[in-house]
Design a protein around this ligand. Structure first.
Ligand SMILES: [Zn+2]
Length: 992
């Protein structure tokens, strides 16, 4: 049946594309718009269906022929590049209605000029702009149910400039010349802007595409391989490319790129024999910027093919499997998983790992994992409708980390996942305006119908929460069972659409195929609904998550749950049929030091679990909940150690010998990090008193893993004003560093990181492992910022190596390079400062800026050398670098005050050179002022220069300074004073 239909598709009649495009053409509205059926169609955002949900028309395959009229300036018509085309779709009619509805762009730049039904041209059609419909009325004959027909449509359009549909983009070559080109973005609702189609994910079909392009240097690529390329019958400079028929697929993963990109970075993957190509500007690929991407794509395609038991190549014609990876300069998303033609923002594909911060390298690897995972979950099986986009995206986020098993096997997936996925989801899902993963219930009546509502679904819930919940499922059922369930799920549903219910069914049968009783079974017996559904309904069908309270009883831990909200008391809103109760996995160590799973059912008010709850030696934070009271946990840990001591003298049965190592310093660092993160988050929304965050910050003491430092940096690099507004433009740690209690603060915060610094520095030259490189950015920044001595000493060692000529800055791993330079200056004196000063004059403008920034890290003891720098730049009349220097020095804790002094004396002459940048200097000087005295000192600069000489912007910044003072005083009164009180109370050296 299907093969026969293909045959029909191929032999559709000759297409005559070569009539000139008429820009003045406007189709008339020829349809009876008072027809009730017409009214119903135009009122709905969804393509028409029967009452039983069956589609009116089912597309089987499209034959599309496009002509693109070139990408040189002379090819523009009214400022736009143009294309035109004809599309024939073979459909099955499942309705007696005379109306046929497809999607087709918008009127202003996409016009349908002619429509034929079964070869006969009709006049009753219109483009209904609001809903992006092409509405056709068939008055020729009544189509019997189950009959097949051809709809042929002729159209033309502009290559858009809004990064949707077929759109214009460009790149510069080695000489700086701009090359124009086109890319596509179809998710969501873009395919209809390139040709009329049934543009909903459920309308899967086959596509045969032919594209005429202009000029020999341009070429077209599509989801499938080029079948043939040759001169076009259009003549002139036109060439025509015909592509292999696609697999059966949704419209939103179609892609077309017409460009003069280089195509020479290509290889075949060893396992699946997939042809992988990295396309891009020649200037970038010649530098090797495509090589990492090539390796990633091959490793991941082959890895997933084996893991999921479905070979990537099987979706393509035999021997014709391909996966193109293409960067686009203009892009609405980060990357797009188009089947066989994945598109990326340039920075997420063209990369030389050794020249990038490890965070950027990690982003590229996980985004490749995400998009290539979509070739299975998303492309092979697809969400039925956008209200369950998590069916695509949550699994793709899991894939982003799973892929590292093959692409970067030495990396620690756990660290990356909790920081980038779990914590971000928890920070978002703790408010009543969140939404359930599955949108059909408990969703406050929210609808997902029009394009704006659809795009709104691509949020932290679909991705980060979805990924976190799937990961929790994997942990609770065991990865081998999950893998089996996924293989089954993919195979049973390939080339069709799916939803949460179908996924749960396959997970249940995977569970059922394993013997029970090994400690990893989900709760609930098999009577009634599926145990898998019962266990996870609470997590997917309602928003939010629980906070757990654990109270120590004689021998047990009594655990209870309630919904966690960051603000407000309305924990029942919006209404949830599941009453904001969850079935909660609670892992604990048994006496043999093995992890066993305990469960709290959603209908239980408390559950007793062993006291060694959460001591997971595998150290996985997998659970999507938070723990209310860390103090209670700490207490029970103390109890355990007390019992351990008693055990040693034979009072109670002995614990396993390595138990002490297993619990590793009270609580595992992951748990500490999570507790810290959520406690900070709570504080910022006024749930906890500020001092509570400090009892938590002590958890960081000695923690080596970087997520803890990443969390501390995240928290202390922002400020919540007493009015509750959170801002990352001001930092709490800087506020404390500019306060009169600076030493109290650094004496506490610096040493917290000492142990972690010692762990990082042995590998400072080559950067060491991925985790060492990740750690450097957070740990060293934290420790050196707080003038921790071993950190400054280590930076100085690197600095000396460069100063002695033993190494160059480029020899120091990039993750450590700027930190070594900056904090080498902080630790050093005149020799170091003179050494970096040289770079202001010897290198490029960019080098000069970096050198000046490094110098702004100088210690306040070197104020004289700071003055000397300002004097030199002033003497050289080097306005650009003088402005940079004053802006940078004005924002640093060590150098701000002497910058004020300098400007009090030389402000007038400085202002004659940098009057336009003076406003920024003043703004930076004022950012953290906390006393009237500081304010008065800054105002002296204004008086020295005089209002007549100052720019309007500078005058405005002097005025804003007063308001900044008020806000900072308010912050210090509300929080700073409590922090200081806590620190004094904590440290016996600072008596109250
Ligand atoms: Zn995605």
């Amino acid at each position: 049946m299907i093969r026969f239909l293909f045959f029909l598709g191929v032999t559709l009649g000759q297409i005559n594309l070569f009539k000139p495009f008429d820009p003045n053409y406007r189709p008339e509205n020829r349809i009876d718009t008072s027809d009730p059926e017409y009214i119903a169609i135009t009122n709905s955002w969804r393509l028409p269906r029967e009452a039983d949900g069956s589609k009116h028309h089912i597309p089987y395959n499209y034959t599309v022929e496009l002509i693109q009229h070139g990408f040189y300036e002379s090819d523009r018509v009214n400022n736009f590049f143009r294309f035109e085309g004809e599309s024939t779709v073979l459909i099955e009619s499942r309705t007696l209605s005379s109306f046929i509805v497809m999607h087709s762009g918008k009127n202003f730049d996409f016009k349908v000029t002619n429509v034929w039904l079964d070869g006969v041209e009709i006049s009753k059609f219109e483009q209904f702009a609001e809903k992006n419909y092409l509405i056709m009325q068939n008055e020729l004959s009544t189509w019997p149910i189950g009959s097949f027909h051809e709809i042929k449509v002729k159209f033309n359009g502009a290559v858009r400039k809004d990064n949707s549909g077929l759109y214009e983009t460009s790149y510069p070559d080695a000489d700086g010349n701009v090359h124009f080109m086109a890319g596509t973005q179809m998710e969501c609702c873009g395919a209809r802007k390139m040709f009329p189609c049934f543009d909903e994910p459920e309308y899967k079909a086959y596509f045969d595409l032919k594209v005429h392009t202009k000029y020999p240097e341009y070429h077209a690529i599509f989801n499938t391989e080029q079948e043939s390329v040759g001169p076009s019958p259009l003549g002139g400079d036109y060439y025509v490319t015909k592509f292999d028929r696609t697999m059966k697929m949704s419209t939103y993963i179609l892609a077309l790129v017409i460009s003069d990109y280089d195509r020479s970075v290509v290889a075949r993957s060893p396992e699946t024999d997939t042809s992988v190509t990295i396309l891009g500007p020649k200037v970038r690929l010649d530098k090797g910027e495509g090589d990492y991407a090539l390796q990633l794509a091959m490793d991941i395609i082959d890895g997933f093919s084996s893991f999921y038991g479905y070979n990537y190549a099987d979706a393509f014609l035999p021997g014709r499997a391909k996966s193109d990876q293409v960067g686009l300069s203009d892009f609405l998303a980060g990357a797009m998983e188009n089947w066989g033609l994945v598109t990326y923002q340039n920075f997420l594909i063209y990369i030389i790992p050794e020249e990038q911060f490890e965070y950027n390298v990690m982003s590229v690897a996980t985004v490749f994992g995400h998009e290539l995972q979509h070739q299975w979950t998303g492309n092979l099986i697809t969400c039925t409708w956008w209200d369950e986009i998590w069916i695509n995206e949550a699994f793709a986020d899991i894939g982003g980390y799973l892929a590292l098993k093959w692409a970067e096997p030495s990396w620690n997936l756990e660290n990356e996942f909790i920081v980038n996925e779990l914590f971000r989801a928890l920070r978002f899902d703790d408010r009543t305006g969140s939404r359930p993963l599955i949108n059909k219930q408990n969703n406050n009546g929210a609808k997902v119908e029009n394009p704006a509502q659809i795009m709104g679904q691509f949020d932290l819930i679909a991705y980060q929460k979805g990924g976190s919940i799937v990961r929790m499922m994997i942990y609770c059922m065991g990865e081998d069972r999950w893998q089996l369930g996924m293989q089954d799920y993919l195979d049973a549903n390939k080339y069709t659409n799916t939803d949460g219910e179908i996924y749960f069914k396959h997970m249940q049968s995977a569970l059922d195929s394993y013997p029970a009783g090994d400690g990893w079974d989900l709760p609930y017996d098999h009577s009634g609904a599926s145990p898998f559904n019962k266990t996870f309904d609470g997590w997917v069908r309602q928003m939010g998550y629980p906070v757990l309270r654990a109270q120590a009883d004689q021998n047990l831990f009594l655990v209870s749950q309630s919904r966690y909200l960051q603000s407000g008391d309305n924990i029942d809103e919006p209404a949830s049929s599941l009453e904001y109760k969850w079935t909660i996995p609670l892992p604990a160590l048994n006496m043999d030091n093995e992890v066993v799973m305990n469960w709290m059912l959603s209908n239980e008010t408390t559950v007793g679990v062993p006291k060694n709850l959460w001591f997971d030696p595998e150290a996985k934070i997998f659970a999507y909940y938070i723990i209310e009271d860390y103090q209670e946990l700490k207490k029970q840990v103390n109890d355990i150690f007390l019992r351990e001591e008693k055990a040693a003298i034979g009072l109670i049965p002995s614990f396993p010998k390595d138990f002490h190592n297993g619990v590793a310093k009270y609580l595992h660092s992951y748990w500490k990090t999570m507790v810290a993160d959520m406690t900070y988050a709570s504080q910022y929304f006024h749930i906890l008193e500020i001092t509570r965050i400090f009892s938590i910050s002590s958890l960081a003491d000695g923690v080596q893993r970087w997520p803890m430092w990443n969390t501390l940096s995240y928290v202390f690099n922002r400020i919540v004003a007493p009015n509750g507004r959170e801002t990352a433009s001001y930092s709490a740690r800087k506020m404390m560093m500019f306060s009169s209690s600076r030493k109290l603060w650094t004496d506490y915060m610096g040493p917290l990181a000492k142990g972690a610094v010692a762990n990082v520095f042995p590998s400072y030259v080559d950067g060491g492992s991925h985790d060492a490189k990740r750690a450097v950015r957070d740990v060293v920044d934290w420790a050196c910022f707080h003038n921790e001595e071993s950190c400054l000493a280590a930076a100085a060692v690197n600095f000396q190596k460069v100063m002695s000529g033993e190494q160059t800055w480029d020899d120091i791993n990039i993750n450590m390079r700027d930190l070594s330079k900056n904090y080498g200056i902080r630790a050093g004196g005149k020799k170091e400062i003179d050494f970096v000063k040289e770079e202001i004059y010897s290198g490029s403008a960019g080098d000069a800026t970096l050198a000046i920034r490094a110098l702004s890290y100088m210690s306040s003891q070197n104020a004289d050398l700071g003055y000397e720098l300002f004097d030199d730049l002033l003497g050289d009349q080097d306005a650009t670098n003088l402005a940079t220097a004053l802006e940078e020095f004005a924002r640093q804790t060590e150098t701000r005050d002497f910058t004020i002094t300098y400007l009090q004396e030389y402000g007038q002459i400085v202002n004659t050179w940098i009057s336009l940048q003076m406003g920024t200097v003043v703004q930076n000087l004022c950012a953290y002022i906390q006393t009237q005295n500081e304010f008065d000192e800054i105002m002296k600069i204004r008086d020295v220069i005089g209002l007549n000489e100052l720019s309007a912007e500078a005058i405005g910044q002097f005025r804003a300074c007063e308001q900044r003072l008020d806000e900072n005083v308010e912050f210090m009164n509300a929080y700073g004073s409590q922090i200081i009180y806590w620190l004094r109370n904590y440290d016996p050296n600072y008596p109250l």
